[in-house]
Write a protein that binds this ligand. Structure first.
Ligand SMILES: *Cc1c(COP(=O)(O)O)cnc(C)c1O
Length: 363
């Protein structure tokens, strides 16, 4: 058998092997029904149980307070870049929507929101090519704003908020796509958290959102029905035919996470993985970490080599060794190791061993 391949791709990203095995094993006959889970009605009792269990597990694992709703939304994370201002700019008469620009996706969220409110960027780290998080002062957060949006983990650049800015009474909204359920987060500090599924939770094309009850009901009249969070909450994410297969996979991933010991255990493992990888980078002098140390991500570890030629050689040889998905995004170049929840420590150790050996031969 060929060497085991570890998938360091940024997204769609690796899923836990036991989850994919269970999907395979019950794919043609879901729980003795004689039909596949992918071909049953979204209104069937069996799918209803899957949806309820996915929400129940999410609430339990993330410790989501009772006054927050869990929604499954169409269109992935980016659809929320538009849906969010459509739903929430009208929360205040100012229609001011505050944004922190900390990376590529933060920039797209700002761009996509432009038609729907008075969009204001209150902090940015663009001038250092997003190698750090911008500083945000409470004084910069106008209290008559409808919300403040940030990207909690910046997937391309490999930075992550270790803690979140205080916003006063302005609801804090976080795009957590590339870190959802990877560490303990106090949901009560947020008005809403949303995430595309494809990095820590399941297949691409959908998002999960956790939204506080009192933020529902401010959507503009032009909001498409399927993007209206209040409608989605009222219909329990079943206004139309949802992506039943994606929600089924999410339920299995959440069961896997619970079996692994939940968020506390996975956070400890995630911290250990990242610490080992950053230690290897810092001790070498050959590899150069991209993110400033106090802004470093536990999920996406970005680094460069001394030359573009060496980076190409590194990536080619890594791929041949079964280290898949390591090329960095074109805006950063170099290497990006995405080490989401399902990545085992053994995968990170294999990458580190290769880095040592490559440096010895080329350093
Ligand atoms: C991947 C990613 C997105 C884009 O998700 P889509 O589901 O493709 O829209 C948005 N935000 C962040 C932080 C991401 O990592």
């Amino acid at each position: 058998m060929a060497d085991k391949v570890y998938n360091f791709g940024a997204g769609p990203a690796m899923l836990p092997v036991p989850v994919m095995e269970q999907i395979r094993d019950e794919f043609l006959d879901y729980h003795g029904m004689g039909v596949s889970v992918i071909e049953i009605s979204h209104r069937s009792q069996e799918f209803g149980e899957i949806l309820a269990e996915a929400k129940r597990l999410f609430r339990e694992l993330a410790n989501v307070p009772e006054n927050y709703r869990i929604l499954f939304l169409h269109g992935g994370a980016r659809m929320q870049f538009s849906a969010l201002p459509m739903n929430l700019a009208g929360r205040t008469s100012s229609k001011k929507c505050l944004y922190i620009e900390s990376g590529n996706f933060a920039g797209l969220a700002i761009k996509d929101a432009a038609p729907y409110g008075d969009i204001r960027v209150i902090a940015s780290s663009a001038s250092s090519n997003f190698d750090r998080l911008p500083t945000v002062s409470l004084a910069a957060i106008e209290q008559d704003a409808s919300y403040l949006h940030l990207t909690s983990n910046n997937t391309l650049f490999g930075t992550q908020w270790p803690d979140f800015p205080k916003t006063g009474s302005v609801p804090l909204i976080a795009d957590q796509t590339s870190e959802i359920l990877s560490r303990k987060i106090d949901y009560s500090r947020f008005g809403m958290i949303y995430a595309g599924l494809q990095k820590n939770l399941g297949p691409s094309g959908m998002a999960v959102a956790v939204i506080r009850d009192d933020l529902l009901g401010f959507a503009s009249d032009q909001t498409p029905l399927l993007l209206n969070y209040a409608t989605c909450a009222k219909d329990d994410s079943l206004t139309n035919t949802t992506n039943t297969f994606a929600i089924y996979v999410v339920k299995l991933v959440l069961q896997w996470l619970k079996n692994e010991g939940g968020v506390t255990a996975i956070e400890a493992r995630n911290r250990a993985k990242a610490a080992q990888l950053y230690a290897q980078i810092d001790s070498s002098g050959f590899y150069l970490g991209f993110a400033q140390p106090d802004s470093r991500s536990l999920m996406n570890v970005t680094f460069n080599l001394p030359s573009a030629d060496l980076e190409k050689k590194f990536l080619d040889e890594a791929l041949a060794r079964g280290l898949y998905g390591l090329p960095g995004h074109r805006s950063v170049g170099g290497v990006r190791a995405s080490i989401y929840n399902p990545m085992p420590l053994a995968g990170v150790e294999k990458l580190i061993a290769f880095m040592r050996e490559f440096e010895q031969r080329n350093g």
